[in-house]
Design a protein around this ligand. Structure first.
Ligand code: ATP
Length: 288
């Protein structure tokens, strides 16, 4: 499988935070969701891809090219959607478009105009008078109007209403119908990823916990519930996280078959959601 982005043992340090030997890849033609609690290093990782930050060590390739040396060419091929406002507030939408479009060799004005219409965006309004959702729509319209092969988005759906969130997810699913296009986006809304992602990369505390196919992750991780009397030392060891209450227990495992063999039919076992996997892994402080 072709990788559009490949991190190999990448390190980046700030005073009180470190991306630690980060290894993962973004596969061509698929949607990869990037999850992790606040402050885990998602934005830092995305900034490294975009050459907005320099790594301290390790190897990072985008489209098979070394990022820093080839950042100009690489950025032409990426549609980047930021969570923050990165536009000039005093410009109108039209003026902003004129400025941004001049950076892209493959700018497609008719595509942009059709997104303006589809998103119901006002040409004359000043950026500072756009709502959060409108700014996000504008950012997305720009990202989708220069024939980018890779769409990277940092929390694109945060602060958006469910109707527009759904629209974005539909657009992303449409984009990857073209097998040459790839989407990589960070989000805290794991249910969005359950709907549309093919791969999930999970980062915690600057380390990649897993980078795997979504279906494989959801098959592997299970929540177990049962009576406390069923627990013993061997069984406890099979759990990534265990929460005991006065009447029973709830636990996360990544080896459901072994748990079933040991505990039989006295337990209730069901697939874990991405949110449960993330929350319980973080609470345990363990790495899967
Ligand atoms: N330029 C910087 N200088 C110093 N520390 C930084 C800088 N940028 C980020 N950090 C720190 O790096 C850590 C990771 O931040 P990052 O923004 O990458 O996390 P995140 O996973 O995107 O978080 P969130 O989900 O809250 O957006 C944080 O502790 C942050 O304070």
């Amino acid at each position: 499988m072709e990788n559009v982005v490949k991190f190999e043992n990448v390190n980046k340090s700030f005073n009180d935070f470190q991306l630690n030997d980060v290894c993962f890849s973004v596969k061509k033609g698929y949607i990869t969701g990037f999850i992790g609690p606040n402050g885990s290093g998602k934005t830092t990782t995305i900034k490294l891809i975009m050459s907005l930050l320099k790594r301290n060590s390790g190897d990072l390739k985008v489209f098979g090219e070394e990022t820093v040396a080839n950042s100009k060419e690489i950025k032409q091929r990426i549609g980047f959607v930021y969570a923050e406002n990165h536009f000039y507030n005093h410009l109108s939408v039209k003026q902003m478009k004129r400025l941004v479009s001049s950076f892209y060799d493959n700018w497609d004005e008719s595509t942009f105009q059709s997104y303006m219409k589809y998103f119901n965006l006002p040409w004359k309004k000043k950026i500072k008078h756009l709502s959060t959702g409108m700014r996000m729509k504008l950012s997305l319209a720009i990202a989708l109007s220069h024939d980018a092969e890779l769409i990277i988005m940092d929390e694109p759906t945060s602060g958006l209403d469910p109707v527009f969130r759904r629209e974005i997810l539909d657009i992303l699913s449409e984009i990857i119908q073209d097998e040459n296009k790839t989407v990589f986006f960070s989000t805290h809304i794991t249910t969005d990823l359950e709907q549309i992602a093919d791969y999930i990369t999970f980062i915690y505390n600057g380390e990649i916990i897993f980078d795997d196919e979504k279906d494989h992750i959801l098959e592997k991780y299970h929540i177990i519930r049962g009576a406390k009397e069923l627990l013993d030392d061997d069984i406890r060891q099979m759990f990534i996280h265990l929460r005991e209450t006065s009447v029973g227990f709830e636990a996360l495992t990544d080896n459901p078959q072994k748990v079933r063999n040991l505990m039989g039919n006295d337990i209730i076992m069901e697939p874990a959601s991405l949110e449960e996997i993330m929350v319980y892994t973080v609470r345990s402080g363990q790495h899967a």
